[in-house]
Design a protein around this ligand. Structure first.
Ligand code: C2G
Length: 451
């Protein structure tokens, strides 16, 4: 009895997959097929799968070639499976040629010829055309967006808009580094060439640009803070909903796998009832940058407040909250450091942020049975621990955070624009609306709240 094993994602199941499975089955008496989980596919850079795992398994089953189907969810699993299932032959398409030499001392490794001219990627392209995203603003974060968008093949960035077209140093630098992107003279030109916009302009312009883009029928991914009042944020979501458009606020932590896991675990009861949340994000910012020169919208909280607020709203919700600020201001009235306190009934939370002060960038979520510690930089969540009374008790969790982490929000934008559901929970409308309200109250009271 010869056992053969093969693995795949099998998204948008096609003839190439069918033929591979048929030939793999013919190599022995029993074929085991490992179907890759979304999470593991994600880790391997496949961030834009269309079919959920149930459907991918169903399709493999329907092919009639699999005697057994297993789930593949981690690196190194092939080694375990080969021993566990007494596998004689590992078969895989020859696009993987040479990649599985490390299995050769355990079983025979056979690379099967890949069927030409068909792939899940091509099918995705024909089913869903490329998403063309125009960028508004050409500063630091726009460059980061370009690098991260490069990891998602289904996205193109044809153009960039900066109103200071001919005398913007940042635009000149952006175009020099991203030669495939054209500058456009007007927003209308940008809208003509795109399906969606990424708004990376100065804070106070976010709302205006987002509104114009939505009115022009474009999906919007808007840098944080998206708006400075509840009314503004609500208005944007109303326009988006009325026109069936996606509107997302770009707080990258919200979309990254580690943070999503952290929030689920905090809510799961493992640390008991939540009693306190402490988040901190400081980044010493050199003088001369917008954070210091924009006297109305600069400072620490407008720059970093979205991050420190995020775990608080994810865990406390957005209803029945009370909050206040204490800030240390510089001679221009900008906060070099701000402490935000939020309470809901008897649960208290605090967030600290600073562009002119340095502290430990930790997130601590305390509960009645234990606490979660996420060490700096917690906003790039890759590792966290549950700890308790016993100093030797440590439960460890890890997750991926690739590159600069923006690729996760870009992948989610694409996913939602394509009409799939199930990722909206990562940053909900009411959470963005609530944060806009907090930003509004901060700006109104910045001077009065100074220490
Ligand atoms: N395949 C093929 N011909 C094609 C397309 C795919 O023979 N035109 C093969 C692949 O070579 C692979 C299998 O079909 O053996 C599944 O392909 P994918 O769904 O693209 O999965 P892949 O990323 O190759 O996953 O851990 C290893 C993976 O799980 C393999």
């Amino acid at each position: 009895m010869k056992t053969v094993i093969t693995y795949g994602v099998f998204d948008l199941f096609h003839d190439g997959h069918r033929s591979l499975l048929e030939r793999a089955r013919a190599l022995g008496d029993k074929l085991i097929v490992g179907v890759t989980t979304d999470q593991y596919a994600y880790q391997r850079g496949k961030m834009c799968l269309v079919d959920p795992i149930e459907k991918r398994i169903e399709n493999v089953k329907k092919s009639g070639f699999a005697d057994e189907i297993i789930i593949e969810d981690h690196h190194g699993q092939k080694v375990e499976d080969i021993s566990r299932y007494h596998v004689d032959i590992f078969a895989i398409g020859d696009d993987w040629l040479g990649k599985f030499e490390y299995l050769e001392n355990m079983c025979q490794v056979i690379y099967l010829k890949r069927t030409p001219d068909i792939s899940s990627t091509l099918l995705r392209y024909s089913k869903y055309p490329f998403l063309k995203i125009g960028i508004i603003g050409s500063g630091r974060v726009a460059g980061r967006f370009m690098r991260e968008a490069g990891y998602i093949r289904e996205i193109q960035v044809p153009c960039v808009y900066n109103p200071r077209l001919d005398n913007s140093e940042s635009l000149r630098r952006f175009l020099e580094s991203h030669t495939s992107v054209m500058k456009v003279r007007t927003l209308d030109k940008l809208f003509d060439q795109t399906d969606a916009v990424y708004i990376a302009s100065p804070h106070e312009t976010h709302f205006g640009y987002a509104k114009e883009a939505l009115k022009a029928g474009k999906h919007v991914l808007c840098e944080k803070p998206m708006a400075f009042s509840r009314e503004e944020a609500e208005e944007l979501f109303e326009i988006a909903e009325a026109n069936d458009l996606v509107l997302m606020e770009g707080i990258k932590t919200a979309y990254c796998p580690g943070f999503v896991k952290l929030i689920s675990i905090a809510k799961s009861g493992l640390i008991g009832e939540i009693v306190n949340i402490e988040s901190c994000f400081t980044r010493l910012t050199p003088p001369g940058l917008r954070e210091w020169t924009d006297l109305r919208y600069g400072g620490s909280f407008t720059e970093l407040g979205s991050y420190i607020l995020l775990p608080i709203v994810k865990l406390l919700g957005t209803e029945d909250l009370e909050w206040n600020f204490r800030s240390m201001l510089n001679e221009n009235g900008l906060d070099i450091f701000t402490r935000l306190e939020v309470s809901k009934g008897d649960i208290i939370a605090a967030g600290r942020c600073g562009i002119g002060a340095k502290s430990e960038g930790q997130l601590i979520i305390s509960g009645t049975k234990g606490y979660i510690l996420t060490e700096a930089p917690w906003w790039k969540t890759t590792y966290f621990e549950i700890r308790g009374e016993d100093p030797n008790y440590r439960k460890r969790f890890t997750a991926d955070f690739e590159g600069d982490g923006m690729r996760y929000e870009i992948a989610d934008l694409l996913y939602r624009v394509q009409g799939h559901e199930g990722r909206e929970f990562k940053l909900k409308k009411e959470e963005s609306v609530f944060m806009a309200e907090v930003f509004g109250s901060f700006l109104k009271g910045r001077t009065e709240n100074a220490v």
